[in-house]
Design a protein around this ligand. Structure first.
Ligand SMILES: C[S@@+](CC[C@H](N)C(=O)[O-])C[C@H]1O[C@@H](n2cnc3c(N)ncnc32)[C@H](O)[C@@H]1O
Length: 272
């Protein structure tokens, strides 16, 4: 590596990252910045982190910021992650949403912080299999353009598909050597876009959702940033819509705006 990250530069860099992404990197995780950013410094031929910070702050363009987003985010995800939540969504939440819409079976779903798309595509396959009568508009977004491009390509590793059962594998994936290509119809059933959840500007298409999945991203934020992100999801939902966060996450101390409902050990948050 060869680069030394002083405590004061670390503090400034961590502040910059938090300001731009919401991601909170405490001093105990200084190694995370070093591990993830030294390659950028090498590629840009920089002398050290000070120079990198200067570039980001004063002379950088969108490209450098995007590269920072790609490097600093943790994009771990896979198909059918936390499957109980998907079961509860299909069997309980969806019928409630449809009932509230007086039987209308057009629903809008947002996979916020979607990483490489596995969550959004899982929803699409599930709906196709279990509720072919429902028309779903699924929009998925992430701050990192790199994962959005990966999602759009629809090519996955054995790690991503390890929880996919045989029926879905046979129907929706084609093996291509070491990778798996997702069925074209499923790929086209989700619309992806780069979007920072903390941006004060939310494009009109990120509105009027019946269900928002915002799983496994709040863990990277501090309380204040969690509140901001959750309030964005609240505003993006229609009345009576549901927010689903990761099963290891909680809205305790974050907001009281939602009504938590526990269904089969899954907590879903209803906008009242
Ligand atoms: C661990 S992944 C979670 C993926 C998926 N939701 C899941 O549960 O498997 C977290 C994702 O949050 C994204 N992320 C982090 N900060 C973000 C922000 N401010 N706005 C949008 N996405 C963000 C990261 O790029 C990363 O892809």
């Amino acid at each position: 590596m060869g680069y030394i990250l002083s405590d004061s530069t670390f503090t400034q860099l961590a502040e910059f990252i938090k300001d731009k992404t919401g991601i909170n990197i405490p001093p105990t995780k200084k190694y995370l910045i070093e591990n993830r950013l030294f390659k950028t410094l090498e590629d840009y031929n920089l002398k050290g982190y000070d120079e990198y910070l200067y570039l980001l702050k004063y002379s950088g363009n969108g490209k450098e910021i995007n590269r920072l987003f790609d490097a600093i985010t943790t994009n771990e995800t896979f198909f059918f992650r936390e499957p109980l939540q998907f079961d509860v969504f299909v069997e309980h939440i969806l019928p409630r949403v449809i009932e509230r819409k007086h039987g209308m079976k057009n629903i809008r779903i947002w996979s916020a912080a979607c990483s490489s798309g596995e969550e959004a595509y899982t929803l699409s396959m599930l709906l196709k299999e279990k509720r072919p009568d429902v028309t779903a508009e699924i929009i998925a977004s992430d701050i990192s353009q790199q994962v959005i491009s990966a999602a759009e390509s629809g090519v996955y590793t054995s790690y991503s598909i390890r929880n996919v059962d045989d029926l879905y594998m046979r129907k929706y994936f084609t093996r291509q050597g070491e990778t798996y290509l997702l069925d074209e119809k499923i790929r086209h059933s989700v619309r992806f876009r780069q979007h920072n959840m903390l941006s004060p500007l939310r494009p009109p298409e990120l509105n009027n959702f019946d269900v928002v999945f915002c799983r496994n991203v709040l863990i990277y934020f501090d309380i204040k940033t969690k509140q901001e992100a959750v309030s964005t999801t609240y505003d993006s939902l229609t009345a009576g819509g549901f927010l689903i966060i990761g099963s290891s996450e909680s809205l305790h101390n974050i907001t009281r705006a939602f009504k938590p409902t526990t269904i089969d050990r899954v907590v879903a948050y209803e906008k009242i």
